[in-house]
Structures are given as C-alpha cells and as structure tokens.
Design a binder for this molecule. Structure first.
Ligand code: PLP
Length: 341
C-alpha cells in the first residue's frame, strides 16, 4: 500500500530503524536534563538551522503539536488581538482557538496569523505575498507552515513565528512540533510577560536556551527528527524537487483526463496560489468516490477531501518522503483509470 494522504502521511521508512535505535541505545530512558539528552536537542536544533536555512538569530523550541503553537501565539505573543485572513479549515480553526484566549476587540490587532499552506484546500501564500504582508502590517507575523516546512524553501525573515508539526513534510510520526521565533517575537513575549501556563513561551525559551524543556519531552520524536535531518538533502534541493513534481501534477490535471473531460481539475484556479505540497483536485461526488475506490483497490491511498470539500475533492500529498517511483505509480494508475473509463 502506498499513501498520498496529506497528514498523517508517509513516514520515511528509515524511521523504523531510528526508533529501534533510540530504544536499544537507552536514549528514551535518559533523563531529559542529562548531558546525553541535551546534546541530542542541541544537535537537532543545529541541523534544523543548517538543513532548512533558518537564520542564526531565530530561536527554536519543540512542543507537541501545531495546535499547541496556535495557543502559544495567542497566550504568550498577542496583547491587543490577532487577525486571521484565513482561506480554509485550518486557518479558521486557528482563529477560533485564538479568539477563545484573546477575544476580538475593536482595537487594531498586533498579531497577524497566516496559514502559509492551507492543507484543506491546497492553497498557499506565496513568499512574495508574505513580503507584502510584512510591508503593510506593523505587528508580529505568525505563520502556520505545518504542511510546507521542510518541503519548500521559506523566507524566514518575512515572519516572526513559524511552526510545523512533524507528521507532514518532515516524514515522521505525529506528536512533535517545531516552533521557530525571531528576536522580535521574543521581545514581544518579554514585554507581555505571560507566565501562567506550562507552555508559556518565556518558560519554553528559558528551558531551551539550556537545551532543556519545561516538561518531559517527546524524546523518541526528537531523536527520530535528528536522524531524519541527518539524512535529508538541504532545503534548496528538496524545494526544487517539490516544485517540479507539483508543476507536473498541475500540468497533468489542467489538461483534463481524455476519458473523462472536465471530471477532475485543481480546486485552486489561480496558479500562483496553488500549493506545492498538497495538490487538491475537485470533481463530482460520484467521480471522486469511484476514483478513490479504484485507487484503493490498486494499492494506493489518496487523501480525502477536508471540511467543506470532504466529498468533492481528493488530495495528493507531495511530501519529500514520497518517492518519485511512488509518484510514477500513481501517474500510471491515473492514466489507465482515465483511458479505461
Ligand atoms: C495538520 C495541520 C495542523 C494541525 O497539526 P496538529 O499537529 O494536529 O496540531 C495545523 N495546521 C495545518 C495547516 C495543518 O495541515
């Protein structure tokens, strides 16, 4: 069975060995304040800076999920309020969580919350648009890059906070998230001085400055992240491959399937806003259902639609752990599927 589900998604097969290694060598039984464990945290942060090209002065911490990051942004980094120009289900959910913590008021927002890659619809905010936000918005910019970080190159300086959980482009099991924050974000956290939660950013920051965590961390996840980062190519190479494969997918579906003209087409029309990492394809409920079933029978799992698009789209993850060979298999399947109809 091969899977194109956009999260949880295909895990790098090597992770099975990395996990066994972590347990066999006793890493998972190490005290998280011991030098051996702290060295793994230090090395993982170092590799993230190096492989993803994260600016040296941006800080980093590990938490448990992207959802937790939504709350951290609201509780520790937002003073007056946050604004959420969302385009899909994840952006909307983020707004709902944030507004439960800091109710919207008539005061201008001091935090702009953007979902760089809206996994539910396959729409993305291109880096040029992020630059426009940077120019026009005076406050802090926080970016959910859950389904794009480690899959495409990000212009880190164009936002203050970036986060991603690892079960998408990092090709790892869920339960760990990477939180990246700028010196300006830290300054904001210090000005607000929020220390009411176990995951208040100031606590997290103080602990991570010593390669420690406020609570017992997901050591297994951190170790596997370190091993995956050692294995993957630098982000420039990954970015080029992701974009090439995305262009191929959009080219394929833009043409329309000869056996079924107009049956399946990209959900997002504006090619500049189409995601490189999550390809969402729209069709009638009947066509989508038949295609997904046939794919399943051929040993291929396609991603279901999400939220409002649950039954009228399917999604194809274009994540780095998915091999070119697997992409070819899906292409061949779609080719015979359309000509066989
Ligand atoms: C998957 C996803 C999330 C949720 O991540 P969790 O690890 O479940 O908290 C948030 N935002 C986007 C864009 C996602 O794709």
């Amino acid at each position: 069975m091969i899977t194109f589900y956009p999260g949880p998604s295909k895990v790098y097969p090597q992770v099975a060995d990395y996990a066994a290694e972590a347990i066999r060598t006793g890493l998972t039984s190490l005290n998280h304040r011991s030098p051996g464990f702290m060295e793994i945290v230090r090395e993982t942060i170092h590799l993230l800076h190096q492989k993803l090209d994260i600016p040296a002065d941006y800080h980093m911490a590990f938490v448990s999920s992207a959802t937790e990051c939504w709350e951290i942004v609201a509780q520790s980094l937002t003073a007056a309020g946050s604004t959420h120009p969302y385009t899909g289900a994840f952006g909307k959910k983020w707004m709902e969580y944030a507004h439960r913590i800091i109710s919207p008021t008539s005061a201008p927002a001091d935090t702009l919350c953007l979902v760089q890659n809206e996994t539910s619809t396959g729409a993305q905010i291109p880096m040029d648009d992020l630059a426009d936000y940077r120019q026009t918005f005076e406050g802090l910019i926080a970016v959910d890059a859950v389904s794009s970080m480690a899959g495409i190159r990000l212009d880190w300086q164009r936002a203050d906070v970036w986060f991603a959980s690892v079960q998408k482009c990092f090709g790892l099991p869920a339960g760990l998230a990477v939180l990246v924050y700028s010196p300006a974000a830290l300054k904001r956290a210090q000005a607000i001085g929020e220390r009411n939660h176990y995951n208040s950013l100031l606590f997290i920051h103080e602990n991570f400055s010593a390669y420690q965590t406020p609570y017992t961390p997901n050591g297994l996840g951190i170790y596997c992240l370190m091993r995956v980062l050692q294995q993957v190519a630098p982000i420039a190479e990954i970015d080029a491959r992701t974009r090439r494969r995305a262009a191929d997918w959009y080219g394929f579906f833009d043409q329309g399937l000869p056996g079924a003209p107009g049956a399946f087409r990209p959900l997002i029309n504006d090619s500049a806003k189409r995601s490189d990492t999550v390809i969402a394809i729209e069709g009638s409920e009947t066509d989508i259902k038949a295609l997904k079933l046939a794919a399943q029978q051929a040993g291929i799992t396609l991603g279901n639609g999400y939220g409002d698009w649950k039954n009228t789209t399917f999604r194809i993850a274009n994540f780095p752990a998915i091999t070119d060979d697997e992409v070819d298999q899906l292409r061949r399947f779609l080719h015979t599927y359309r000509t066989g109809q």
